[in-house]
Design a binder for this molecule. Structure first.
Ligand SMILES: C[S@@+](CC[C@H](N)C(=O)[O-])C[C@H]1O[C@@H](n2cnc3c(N)ncnc32)[C@H](O)[C@@H]1O
Length: 321
């Protein structure tokens, strides 16, 4: 499997590059001595993330919600040449499924989520952010089921859903609890059903290029161009702190006991990478054409190089006793 080939470096909690078909870099949660918070602080992490989304991420800033202004600003080339195929690829993960869908951490329910929801006669949304649940209700209407709460504490019986969709959520959960979160999503899925998770790759090509760029700037003693979504923005200028942590790709192997696990490429980079690496529309147009060709021709290699993988977990049937 593709992920077996993935390299297994550990990543630091601090200043990891983040994104989400959109997204950027964010601050992790630290104590006063600048040490990462320990895993016992789950409720602190969850509360930090909830506050970020309730107070900023899903709140209208100037012309758009905070999440969009930080993480979803891409070039026109991206939006017209690349992203439509990303959305189609995501939707195709739900082919041949119908019945009950769970959307976990759907946030403001972007169009791609709404299109996936439309394939299922029954949709349940769970999110820790009350604002997110309000936006989901506005978009999906009163027939949906809405829960304000955490994936980690779902009071839902086993084997309930035919499919689960969870995009850009797991890496905002405490690093030591991400496994539990994925197990919870699998638990509520019926045997044969599918859990589709958009996650991140800490060793992606864009991350490596950004590191090289940083080293080159430091070596040449050049000052870096200020980044309007820089880590310095988090916790300041009205932008609350946010937490994220990403495990390496072969972390997904552990779920092979309960599921058939398949990793596919989702998206090459976040909007911060794009801002630094593809400096003009002309470069972006050429680059996105190349990325599209590469991910279609060599999906297994793209999984290892791209910043966002899709993890597709098909729950195995339990052995008859
Ligand atoms: C980055 S946003 C993703 C929104 C949307 N899925 C997307 O792809 O644009 C993360 C969302 O996950 C929610 N979230 C974070 N941790 C959660 C948890 N433990 N349980 C449920 N929702 C959570 C946040 O409140 C936020 O709405």
């Amino acid at each position: 499997m593709a992920f077996l080939l993935a390299s297994c470096q550990t990543i630091t909690l601090k200043a990891t590059l983040r994104t989400a078909g959109h997204r950027v870099r964010s601050a992790a949660l630290f104590n006063e001595k600048d040490e990462p918070l320990a895993s016992e602080t789950k409720s602190d992490v969850e509360e930090t993330v909830r506050r970020f989304y309730d107070d900023y991420g899903w709140v209208q800033q100037e012309t758009e919600v905070g999440e969009t202004s930080l993480f979803r600003r891409f070039s026109a080339a991206h939006d017209s040449l690349y992203y439509p195929a990303v959305e189609r690829r995501t939707a195709s993960c739900f082919d041949n499924l119908t019945g009950k869908l769970l959307i976990a951490g759907g946030g403001d329910m972007p169009d791609g989520h709404v299109a996936i929801a439309a394939r299922f006669p029954s949709v349940t949304c769970i999110d820790i952010s009350e604002k997110a649940i309000g936006l989901a209700r506005d978009k999906l209407g009163p027939d949906g089921h809405y829960i304000t709460g955490s994936i980690l504490d779902m009071d839902i019986p086993d084997d309930q859903f035919d499919a689960v969709f969870c995009a850009h959520v797991i890496y905002h959960i405490d690093q030591s609890l991400q496994q539990k979160a994925v197990r919870q999503l699998v638990r509520v899925t019926r045997p044969g059903g599918r859990v589709v998770i958009i996650y991140r790759n800490p060793n992606s090509l864009p991350s490596e290029l950004m590191q090289l760029r940083r080293r080159a700037y430091d070596f040449l003693k050049l000052s870096r161009t200020p980044d309007n979504t820089d880590i310095a923005s988090f916790g300041m200028h009205g932008v609350p702190q946010l937490y994220d942590f990403t495990h390496p790709l072969d972390w997904w192997k552990q779920f092979c006991d309960d599921c058939n696990v398949n990793l596919r490429p989702w998206h090459i980079m976040g909007c911060d990478h794009e801002g630094h690496l593809l400096k003009s529309e002309a470069i972006a147009r050429a680059a996105y054409r190349l990325f599209s060709w590469f991910e279609n021709s060599y999906p297994d290699r793209a999984v290892r190089l791209w910043h966002y993988p899709i993890a597709i977990l098909t729950k195995k049937n339990r052995p008859q006793s």
